[in-house]
Write a protein that binds this ligand. Structure first.
Ligand code: GLU
Length: 279
């Protein structure tokens, strides 16, 4: 059975781009007689707000969507993420990174050709080479650190990995293109990459539908699935909806939020049409 999901972060109001994404997952599930799930990705508690979280189900219901089972709220599941981190740590695949953003920037400015990935400059690996004694001493001194995935060490344990995108076809996973990503921080004990991968598995999602802006992230998610023995779904990275001027919708565009369109008198069917689903 096909299981899809919509997994917004409550850091703002849903806009037409979100509606497109939600409708993509909902339609795929409902047409196939499958399940459609809703998940709130609120691990970044500094940026998420309860009023946005409360508005998301309301806006989706108004738009005509329904979902199966309770809404999964990520901030209620830090124990799951901690357990997965523990497994990766026990396997020797994580290292503490003490670099502040300023230190990383300075390091990159020093190297002539700082490697770039699809999401920007890559972490230069400064803390990967630290001696265990120095790590222990800095942690004991109370220095703040993030946990990064040692991608080279992780890849050394896996056979070549592939993933299937319904639009782009079979893709060879290239997690190294994103560098040693952060999987946890002091103030946020799970990263997007870790939480999304684990939750899709825990919720038995079989088809991940999301915007093509997250295409590159899938290279890392595929690696995490291999490391944590998780089932591998299929993906459909859909196009990003743009406004009349060709710009992507963003949370700052107040006029294009579902709430604003509704308050302006648009009917749900009209908003579904604006979101690219005319029928
Ligand atoms: N929470 C992510 C966002 O709002 C989407 C996660 C996903 O669909 O994989 O951008």
């Amino acid at each position: 059975m096909i299981v899809t999901r919509f997994a917004p972060s409550p850091t703002g109001s849903l806009h037409l781009g979100h509606a497109h994404s939600a409708l993509t997952g909902w339609r795929a599930a409902r047409r196939a007689g499958g399940r459609f799930l809703l998940r709130l990705e609120d691990i970044d508690q500094m940026r998420c707000r309860p009023e946005f979280a409360a508005a998301i189900p309301e806006d989706l219901a108004w738009l005509g969507l329904d979902w199966d089972g309770p809404v999964r709220v990520q901030s209620e599941h830090f124990a799951d993420y901690r357990a997965a981190l523990g497994r990766l740590q026990a396997a020797g695949l994580l290292y503490p990174c003490f670099c502040t953003r300023a230190v990383i920037k300075a390091e990159m400015a020093r190297s002539v050709a700082a490697p770039h990935g699809p999401e920007g400059p890559l972490y230069p690996g400064t803390c990967r080479a630290l001696e265990p004694a120095e790590r222990a001493q800095r942690i004991a001194a109370g220095e703040s650190f993030a946990l990064r995935l040692d991608v080279a060490a992780a890849l050394a344990r896996c056979a070549p990995l592939f993933w299937e995108d319904e639009l782009a076809g079979r893709i060879a996973a290239d997690p190294a293109s994103l560098g040693d990503v952060v999987l946890a921080r002091k103030e946020t004990p799970a990263s997007y990459h870790l939480a999304v991968t684990l939750d899709d598995a825990l919720q038995a999602v079989t088809l991940v539908t999301r915007g093509v802006d997250l295409f590159a992230a899938t290279h890392i998610h595929r690696l995490l699935q291999a490391l944590l023995d998780l089932p591998v779904p299929r993906w459909r990275h859909h196009r990003l909806l743009t406004d009349a001027t060709g710009r992507r919708f963003a949370k700052r565009d107040r006029a294009q939020t579902l709430r604003a369109l509704r308050d302006a008198g648009h009917a749900p069917a009209e908003v579904r049409r604006l979101a690219g689903f005319p029928d």
